[in-house]
Design a protein around this ligand. Structure first.
Ligand code: KG4
Ligand code: ZN
Length: 340
Protein backbone atom coordinates (compact mmCIF):
# COMPACT_ATOMS: atom_id res chain seq x y z
CA UNK A 1 0.00 0.00 0.00
CA UNK A 2 1.28 3.48 -0.89
CA UNK A 3 2.05 5.86 1.95
CA UNK A 4 1.36 9.49 1.13
CA UNK A 5 3.49 12.17 2.78
CA UNK A 6 2.45 15.79 3.28
CA UNK A 7 5.50 18.08 3.73
CA UNK A 8 5.65 21.69 4.90
CA UNK A 9 8.41 24.29 4.51
CA UNK A 10 8.22 27.79 6.02
CA UNK A 11 11.85 28.56 6.95
CA UNK A 12 12.16 31.92 5.20
CA UNK A 13 9.99 33.73 2.66
CA UNK A 14 8.47 30.83 0.74
CA UNK A 15 5.33 29.11 2.02
CA UNK A 16 5.52 25.60 0.58
CA UNK A 17 3.71 22.27 0.72
CA UNK A 18 4.37 19.05 -1.18
CA UNK A 19 2.87 15.60 -1.47
CA UNK A 20 5.03 12.56 -2.26
CA UNK A 21 5.06 8.82 -1.79
CA UNK A 22 7.50 6.63 0.14
CA UNK A 23 9.30 5.79 -3.13
CA UNK A 24 9.85 8.86 -3.12
CA UNK A 25 7.77 10.01 -6.10
CA UNK A 26 6.68 13.63 -6.16
CA UNK A 27 2.94 14.19 -6.69
CA UNK A 28 2.62 17.93 -5.97
CA UNK A 29 4.98 20.79 -5.18
CA UNK A 30 3.34 24.14 -4.38
CA UNK A 31 5.33 27.26 -3.46
CA UNK A 32 3.80 30.64 -2.60
CA UNK A 33 6.58 33.21 -2.77
CA UNK A 34 6.44 36.33 -0.58
CA UNK A 35 8.94 38.26 -2.73
CA UNK A 36 6.48 41.09 -3.38
CA UNK A 37 5.94 41.60 0.39
CA UNK A 38 9.65 41.99 1.15
CA UNK A 39 10.89 43.74 -2.00
CA UNK A 40 10.34 47.28 -0.71
CA UNK A 41 12.49 46.51 2.36
CA UNK A 42 15.30 45.09 0.21
CA UNK A 43 15.39 41.89 2.30
CA UNK A 44 13.22 39.44 4.21
CA UNK A 45 11.51 40.95 7.28
CA UNK A 46 11.09 38.05 9.74
CA UNK A 47 7.80 39.23 11.31
CA UNK A 48 6.24 39.91 7.92
CA UNK A 49 7.34 36.46 6.74
CA UNK A 50 5.86 34.68 9.77
CA UNK A 51 2.52 36.47 9.44
CA UNK A 52 2.32 35.74 5.71
CA UNK A 53 3.03 32.03 6.38
CA UNK A 54 0.07 31.98 8.78
CA UNK A 55 -2.24 33.40 6.13
CA UNK A 56 -0.99 31.24 3.27
CA UNK A 57 -0.09 27.85 4.68
CA UNK A 58 -3.52 26.21 4.71
CA UNK A 59 -4.48 27.35 1.18
CA UNK A 60 -1.07 26.10 -0.03
CA UNK A 61 -1.69 22.73 1.65
CA UNK A 62 -5.16 22.52 0.06
CA UNK A 63 -3.67 23.26 -3.35
CA UNK A 64 -0.94 20.62 -2.95
CA UNK A 65 -3.52 17.98 -1.99
CA UNK A 66 -5.73 19.01 -4.90
CA UNK A 67 -2.85 18.79 -7.40
CA UNK A 68 -1.78 15.41 -6.02
CA UNK A 69 -5.33 14.08 -6.12
CA UNK A 70 -4.94 12.95 -2.51
CA UNK A 71 -7.43 13.63 0.34
CA UNK A 72 -6.14 14.80 3.73
CA UNK A 73 -7.43 11.57 5.37
CA UNK A 74 -5.16 9.56 3.03
CA UNK A 75 -1.99 11.22 4.35
CA UNK A 76 0.11 8.67 6.25
CA UNK A 77 2.97 10.87 7.45
CA UNK A 78 3.65 14.57 8.10
CA UNK A 79 7.11 15.91 7.26
CA UNK A 80 8.44 19.33 8.25
CA UNK A 81 11.70 21.20 7.82
CA UNK A 82 12.28 22.48 11.36
CA UNK A 83 15.85 23.86 11.09
CA UNK A 84 17.69 26.10 10.18
CA UNK A 85 15.77 29.28 9.34
CA UNK A 86 13.93 32.26 10.82
CA UNK A 87 12.53 30.95 14.07
CA UNK A 88 9.16 32.72 13.85
CA UNK A 89 8.70 31.54 10.27
CA UNK A 90 9.75 27.96 11.04
CA UNK A 91 7.32 27.84 13.97
CA UNK A 92 4.35 28.25 11.64
CA UNK A 93 5.22 25.12 9.65
CA UNK A 94 6.28 23.13 12.71
CA UNK A 95 3.05 23.95 14.60
CA UNK A 96 0.88 23.13 11.60
CA UNK A 97 2.68 19.83 10.98
CA UNK A 98 2.30 18.80 14.63
CA UNK A 99 -1.37 19.71 14.64
CA UNK A 100 -2.04 17.75 11.43
CA UNK A 101 -0.05 14.72 12.62
CA UNK A 102 -2.01 14.70 15.87
CA UNK A 103 -5.39 15.18 14.18
CA UNK A 104 -4.71 12.50 11.56
CA UNK A 105 -2.99 10.21 14.08
CA UNK A 106 0.02 9.65 11.79
CA UNK A 107 3.79 9.91 12.41
CA UNK A 108 5.59 13.24 12.31
CA UNK A 109 9.10 13.38 10.80
CA UNK A 110 11.40 16.39 11.01
CA UNK A 111 14.18 17.19 8.57
CA UNK A 112 17.05 19.61 8.20
CA UNK A 113 16.63 22.28 5.50
CA UNK A 114 20.27 22.13 4.29
CA UNK A 115 20.32 18.35 4.05
CA UNK A 116 16.96 18.53 2.29
CA UNK A 117 18.50 20.85 -0.36
CA UNK A 118 20.97 18.03 -1.16
CA UNK A 119 18.20 15.44 -1.08
CA UNK A 120 16.43 17.38 -3.85
CA UNK A 121 19.16 15.86 -6.09
CA UNK A 122 18.15 12.36 -5.00
CA UNK A 123 14.49 13.16 -5.57
CA UNK A 124 15.13 14.56 -9.06
CA UNK A 125 17.53 11.75 -10.03
CA UNK A 126 15.09 9.01 -9.06
CA UNK A 127 18.03 6.88 -7.90
CA UNK A 128 20.57 6.72 -5.10
CA UNK A 129 23.23 9.46 -5.10
CA UNK A 130 25.00 8.64 -1.82
CA UNK A 131 27.81 8.79 -0.79
CA UNK A 132 28.61 12.13 -2.38
CA UNK A 133 30.03 15.60 -1.78
CA UNK A 134 27.14 17.99 -1.07
CA UNK A 135 27.39 21.70 -1.89
CA UNK A 136 24.62 23.89 -0.46
CA UNK A 137 24.56 27.46 -1.75
CA UNK A 138 21.58 29.40 -0.45
CA UNK A 139 20.61 32.78 0.93
CA UNK A 140 21.59 31.89 4.48
CA UNK A 141 24.23 29.16 4.02
CA UNK A 142 27.20 28.10 1.96
CA UNK A 143 28.44 24.69 3.00
CA UNK A 144 30.27 21.62 1.79
CA UNK A 145 29.36 18.22 3.20
CA UNK A 146 30.65 14.71 3.01
CA UNK A 147 27.27 12.99 2.66
CA UNK A 148 27.97 9.44 3.85
CA UNK A 149 24.32 8.50 3.38
CA UNK A 150 20.97 10.29 3.20
CA UNK A 151 20.99 10.41 7.00
CA UNK A 152 24.66 11.05 7.74
CA UNK A 153 26.09 14.42 6.75
CA UNK A 154 29.54 15.56 7.85
CA UNK A 155 30.26 19.29 7.52
CA UNK A 156 33.54 19.87 5.63
CA UNK A 157 33.48 23.65 5.43
CA UNK A 158 31.23 26.65 5.57
CA UNK A 159 31.26 30.40 5.12
CA UNK A 160 32.94 32.46 7.81
CA UNK A 161 30.82 35.53 6.97
CA UNK A 162 28.24 36.10 4.21
CA UNK A 163 26.53 33.26 2.34
CA UNK A 164 26.84 33.14 -1.46
CA UNK A 165 23.16 34.04 -1.94
CA UNK A 166 23.46 36.84 0.60
CA UNK A 167 26.39 38.25 -1.42
CA UNK A 168 24.22 38.16 -4.57
CA UNK A 169 21.43 39.96 -2.67
CA UNK A 170 23.78 42.63 -1.25
CA UNK A 171 25.50 43.24 -4.59
CA UNK A 172 22.08 43.57 -6.25
CA UNK A 173 21.22 46.22 -3.69
CA UNK A 174 24.53 48.10 -4.34
CA UNK A 175 23.75 47.98 -8.06
CA UNK A 176 20.14 49.13 -7.56
CA UNK A 177 18.75 45.84 -8.89
CA UNK A 178 15.59 44.02 -7.78
CA UNK A 179 15.15 41.77 -4.75
CA UNK A 180 15.88 38.84 -4.60
CA UNK A 181 19.27 39.69 -5.99
CA UNK A 182 20.44 36.38 -7.44
CA UNK A 183 18.19 36.25 -10.51
CA UNK A 184 18.56 40.04 -11.03
CA UNK A 185 22.38 39.91 -10.97
CA UNK A 186 22.32 36.88 -13.26
CA UNK A 187 20.18 38.79 -15.80
CA UNK A 188 22.37 41.90 -15.57
CA UNK A 189 25.55 39.83 -15.98
CA UNK A 190 24.39 38.60 -19.38
CA UNK A 191 25.28 41.99 -20.87
CA UNK A 192 28.62 42.33 -19.04
CA UNK A 193 32.21 41.15 -19.31
CA UNK A 194 33.15 38.69 -16.52
CA UNK A 195 36.83 39.72 -16.88
CA UNK A 196 36.21 43.49 -16.65
CA UNK A 197 37.09 43.63 -12.92
CA UNK A 198 39.35 41.29 -10.98
CA UNK A 199 37.44 40.87 -7.70
CA UNK A 200 38.95 38.92 -4.74
CA UNK A 201 38.49 35.16 -4.51
CA UNK A 202 38.94 34.28 -0.82
CA UNK A 203 40.62 31.01 0.24
CA UNK A 204 40.65 29.98 -3.43
CA UNK A 205 43.95 28.09 -3.22
CA UNK A 206 43.81 27.24 0.50
CA UNK A 207 43.39 23.62 1.55
CA UNK A 208 40.56 24.57 3.91
CA UNK A 209 37.07 24.10 2.54
CA UNK A 210 35.66 27.33 4.00
CA UNK A 211 34.31 30.35 2.17
CA UNK A 212 34.28 34.12 2.68
CA UNK A 213 32.25 36.53 0.56
CA UNK A 214 32.24 39.74 2.56
CA UNK A 215 35.53 41.06 1.07
CA UNK A 216 34.12 40.48 -2.39
CA UNK A 217 31.00 42.48 -1.53
CA UNK A 218 33.14 45.35 -0.21
CA UNK A 219 35.29 45.27 -3.36
CA UNK A 220 32.13 45.65 -5.44
CA UNK A 221 30.98 48.54 -3.24
CA UNK A 222 34.27 50.42 -3.66
CA UNK A 223 34.37 49.75 -7.39
CA UNK A 224 30.94 51.36 -7.73
CA UNK A 225 31.34 54.31 -5.33
CA UNK A 226 35.12 54.78 -5.03
CA UNK A 227 37.67 53.43 -2.54
CA UNK A 228 36.47 53.74 1.08
CA UNK A 229 33.07 55.20 0.12
CA UNK A 230 30.30 53.10 1.65
CA UNK A 231 27.23 54.95 0.36
CA UNK A 232 26.12 56.52 -2.86
CA UNK A 233 23.47 56.30 -5.55
CA UNK A 234 23.42 53.02 -7.47
CA UNK A 235 24.82 53.16 -11.00
CA UNK A 236 22.20 53.41 -13.73
CA UNK A 237 21.79 50.84 -16.48
CA UNK A 238 24.87 50.58 -18.68
CA UNK A 239 28.17 48.85 -19.21
CA UNK A 240 29.62 49.60 -15.74
CA UNK A 241 26.67 47.96 -13.99
CA UNK A 242 26.67 44.96 -16.30
CA UNK A 243 30.45 44.52 -16.01
CA UNK A 244 30.36 44.67 -12.21
CA UNK A 245 27.51 42.12 -12.12
CA UNK A 246 29.31 39.77 -14.52
CA UNK A 247 32.70 40.08 -12.77
CA UNK A 248 31.12 39.56 -9.35
CA UNK A 249 29.20 36.49 -10.52
CA UNK A 250 32.39 35.10 -12.08
CA UNK A 251 34.28 35.48 -8.78
CA UNK A 252 31.55 33.67 -6.79
CA UNK A 253 31.30 30.90 -9.38
CA UNK A 254 35.07 30.34 -9.51
CA UNK A 255 35.34 30.07 -5.72
CA UNK A 256 32.37 27.69 -5.40
CA UNK A 257 33.60 25.48 -8.23
CA UNK A 258 37.20 25.39 -6.98
CA UNK A 259 36.12 24.47 -3.43
CA UNK A 260 33.80 21.75 -4.76
CA UNK A 261 36.72 20.40 -6.80
CA UNK A 262 38.95 20.35 -3.71
CA UNK A 263 36.21 18.58 -1.72
CA UNK A 264 35.94 15.87 -4.39
CA UNK A 265 39.71 15.38 -4.37
CA UNK A 266 40.08 15.46 -0.56
CA UNK A 267 37.25 12.97 0.05
CA UNK A 268 38.02 10.80 -2.98
CA UNK A 269 34.29 10.74 -3.75
CA UNK A 270 33.14 10.53 -7.37
CA UNK A 271 29.86 12.34 -7.09
CA UNK A 272 28.81 15.95 -6.40
CA UNK A 273 25.27 16.95 -5.39
CA UNK A 274 24.39 20.65 -5.44
CA UNK A 275 21.41 22.45 -3.93
CA UNK A 276 20.10 25.80 -2.67
CA UNK A 277 18.84 28.89 -4.46
CA UNK A 278 22.20 29.93 -5.96
CA UNK A 279 22.43 26.60 -7.79
CA UNK A 280 19.65 27.91 -10.03
CA UNK A 281 22.36 30.17 -11.53
CA UNK A 282 23.10 29.08 -15.11
CA UNK A 283 26.77 30.10 -15.12
CA UNK A 284 27.40 28.20 -11.90
CA UNK A 285 25.64 25.12 -13.28
CA UNK A 286 27.67 25.18 -16.51
CA UNK A 287 31.05 25.71 -14.84
CA UNK A 288 30.32 23.03 -12.20
CA UNK A 289 29.40 20.59 -14.96
CA UNK A 290 32.69 21.30 -16.76
CA UNK A 291 34.72 20.87 -13.56
CA UNK A 292 33.07 17.57 -12.67
CA UNK A 293 33.76 16.28 -16.17
CA UNK A 294 37.45 17.23 -15.79
CA UNK A 295 37.54 15.37 -12.47
CA UNK A 296 35.91 12.29 -13.99
CA UNK A 297 33.08 12.56 -11.49
CA UNK A 298 29.30 12.69 -11.71
CA UNK A 299 27.11 15.68 -10.88
CA UNK A 300 23.54 16.00 -9.68
CA UNK A 301 21.82 19.40 -9.77
CA UNK A 302 18.04 19.48 -9.51
CA UNK A 303 15.86 21.42 -11.96
CA UNK A 304 15.73 25.10 -11.01
CA UNK A 305 12.36 24.90 -9.23
CA UNK A 306 13.84 22.31 -6.83
CA UNK A 307 16.95 24.47 -6.18
CA UNK A 308 15.15 27.37 -4.50
CA UNK A 309 13.13 26.73 -1.35
CA UNK A 310 10.37 24.15 -1.67
CA UNK A 311 8.74 21.39 0.39
CA UNK A 312 9.42 18.56 -2.10
CA UNK A 313 13.00 18.34 -0.85
CA UNK A 314 11.54 17.34 2.54
CA UNK A 315 11.28 13.91 0.85
CA UNK A 316 14.44 13.22 2.86
CA UNK A 317 11.86 12.44 5.57
CA UNK A 318 11.10 9.20 3.71
CA UNK A 319 14.54 7.92 4.76
CA UNK A 320 13.79 8.58 8.43
CA UNK A 321 10.25 7.21 8.13
CA UNK A 322 11.66 3.89 6.83
CA UNK A 323 13.74 3.65 9.98
CA UNK A 324 10.83 4.79 12.15
CA UNK A 325 12.74 7.86 13.26
CA UNK A 326 9.61 9.81 14.21
CA UNK A 327 9.72 13.25 15.80
CA UNK A 328 7.78 13.78 19.02
CA UNK A 329 5.05 16.37 19.40
CA UNK A 330 7.38 18.62 21.39
CA UNK A 331 9.51 19.13 18.26
CA UNK A 332 11.02 22.62 18.22
CA UNK A 333 11.88 25.12 15.52
CA UNK A 334 15.66 25.69 15.67
CA UNK A 335 17.15 28.77 14.01
CA UNK A 336 20.82 27.74 13.68
CA UNK A 337 22.28 24.82 11.74
CA UNK A 338 23.84 22.24 14.01
CA UNK A 339 24.28 18.99 12.10
CA UNK A 340 22.27 15.82 12.66
O1 KG4 B 1 17.68 28.18 -1.03
P1 KG4 B 1 17.01 29.50 -1.11
O2 KG4 B 1 15.77 29.62 -1.96
O3 KG4 B 1 16.63 30.03 0.30
C1 KG4 B 1 17.45 29.84 1.41
O4 KG4 B 1 17.44 28.71 1.97
O5 KG4 B 1 18.18 30.81 1.74
O6 KG4 B 1 18.11 30.55 -1.64
C2 KG4 B 1 17.79 31.88 -1.82
C3 KG4 B 1 19.02 32.60 -2.36
C4 KG4 B 1 18.85 34.11 -2.46
O7 KG4 B 1 19.97 34.73 -1.88
C5 KG4 B 1 18.79 34.35 -3.97
O8 KG4 B 1 19.31 35.61 -4.34
C6 KG4 B 1 19.65 33.22 -4.49
O9 KG4 B 1 19.33 32.12 -3.68
N1 KG4 B 1 19.36 32.90 -5.89
C7 KG4 B 1 20.26 33.02 -6.89
C8 KG4 B 1 19.57 32.71 -8.09
N2 KG4 B 1 18.27 32.39 -7.77
C9 KG4 B 1 18.17 32.52 -6.42
N3 KG4 B 1 21.55 33.39 -6.90
C10 KG4 B 1 22.20 33.44 -8.07
N4 KG4 B 1 21.60 33.17 -9.27
C11 KG4 B 1 20.29 32.80 -9.33
N5 KG4 B 1 19.71 32.54 -10.48
ZN1 ZN C 1 16.94 27.00 1.24
Amino acid sequence: MTTYFLALETSCDETAAAVFTEQPALLANVVASQTNLHARFGGVVPEVAARAHLQRLLPVVDEALRQAGVRLEQIGCLAVLNTPGLVGALLVGVSAAKMLALALDVPLVSANHLEAHIYACRLAAGRDIFPCVGLVVSGGHTALFHCHSALSFELLGTTIDDAAGEAFDKVASILGLDFPGGPAVEREALAGNPRAFRFPRSFMHDKRLDFSFSGLKTAVLYTVHGQGVAHGPPPGPGLLRANVAASFQQAVVEVLVEKARQALRQTGLGCLAVGGGVSANRTLRTVLEQMVKEEGAEIFIPPRELCTDNAAMAAIAVEKWRRQQWASLDLDAVAAYSGT
